[in-house]
Design a protein around this ligand. Structure first.
Ligand code: ATP
Ligand code: MG
Length: 290
């Protein structure tokens, strides 16, 4: 299976939300990173066939998804960034309703709904109205509806926003378990969501796809540029003014500061192993970060 994004651009009035994006996706998890407004949702909406690109096209195994139309939607699962729910439906009823919209046969729908309720740990809440759920629970209903039709292509836009750490781990495991024969595209601001499961990271900056590579390869580029240094709290301001600081840890009465710098920032500094948080800062330092 191959999803081909060919020179895709999207214009909203004068705003160029996507600028000539091209890439190929095959089975596996792709982590989609970008600062606010960089065009992640726009590209995902195009891949989910919700909006059309202003230019360019998307091909599934060589066929334009616009031509495939319903055939494409049949193999697609999409969790929008801001999903609308039917507040007065119970969790179960909502999922059956979506299943019917997707044309899933009744018996099959029962089996799928039961299984997914378990996967997202909402079996006990199945008779609760969606409007009464917590934010994280609603998000899990959203995840379940995206997986109802056993999709081959899964597009999830910030799926872990609002989930607590335990739920995030569960979701990550669920995705990586089903990703081997599917294309999964996941956008997030939480780098630990994708650190271990993404086969490639796509990095979008102001509508331009600036990187598409294995996490290890991108991290390798930061080798020798990440440092930690133990300082007095009073030294922090000077360091922050001068360097990109990716983290700070209190160590007794000192602070361990993590710094991104081409050169050794301080005689006391020691080299650290780059992680995705560093990478995020490296690419998006000057932009808004959630
Ligand atoms: N329907 C729309 N009409 C006009 N402008 C839009 C529309 N949708 C998106 N934009 C603009 O396109 C740009 C990209 O937005 P998009 O929502 O794709 O970014 P994003 O990377 O998903 O951001 P976030 O991290 O905040 O979700 C932004 O400047 C946004 O204001
Ligand atoms: Mg978005």
């Amino acid at each position: 299976m191959k999803l081909c994004i060919e020179r895709v651009s999207k214009q909203y009035g004068r705003k160029q939300a996507l600028d000539n994006v091209s890439c190929e996706l095959t089975e596996g998890v792709y982590g989609f990173l970008g600062a606010n407004g960089s065009g992640k949702t726009t590209l995902m909406r195009i891949l989910a066939a919700v909006v059309k690109p202003s230019a360019g096209r998307v091909l599934l195994d060589g066929v334009d998804i616009e031509l495939l139309n319903d055939q494409y939607r049949d193999v697609l699962g999409y969790l929008p960034q801001h999903m609308g729910y039917y507040k007065n439906f119970t969790v179960e009823k909502f999922l059956f309703y979506i299943a019917a919209l997707k044309g899933i046969e009744k018996n099959e729908a029962h089996v799928r709904v039961e299984k997914l309720l378990e996967d997202v740990q909402l079996t006990n809440e199945k008779r609760v109205k969606v409007g009464k759920l917590s934010g994280g629970m609603k998000q899990r209903v959203g995840i379940a509806q995206a997986l109802l039709n056993d999709p081959k292509i899964i597009i999830v836009d910030e799926p872990t926003a609002g989930l607590d750490p335990k739920e995030r781990i569960r979701f990550r495991n669920l995705l990586s378990a089903i990703a081997s024969d599917r294309i999964v595209l996941l956008s997030t601001h939480i780098v630990s969501d994708i650190e271990y499961i993404a086969k490639e990271l796509l990095i979008l900056k102001r509508g331009i796809l600036i990187e598409k590579a294995q996490p290890q390869l991108l991290l390798g580029r930061l080798q020798g540029k990440v440092w930690t240094v133990l300082v007095e709290p009073s030294e922090i301001n000077v360091l922050q003014a001068k360097y990109k600081v990716s983290n700070m840890n209190r160590k007794n009465d000192h602070l361990e500061v993590r710094i991104l710098s081409e050169n050794k920032p301080d005689p006391r500094a020691v080299e650290a192993i780059p992680n995705l948080e560093d990478l995020y800062l490296y690419y998006f330092d000057e932009e808004a970060v959630k």
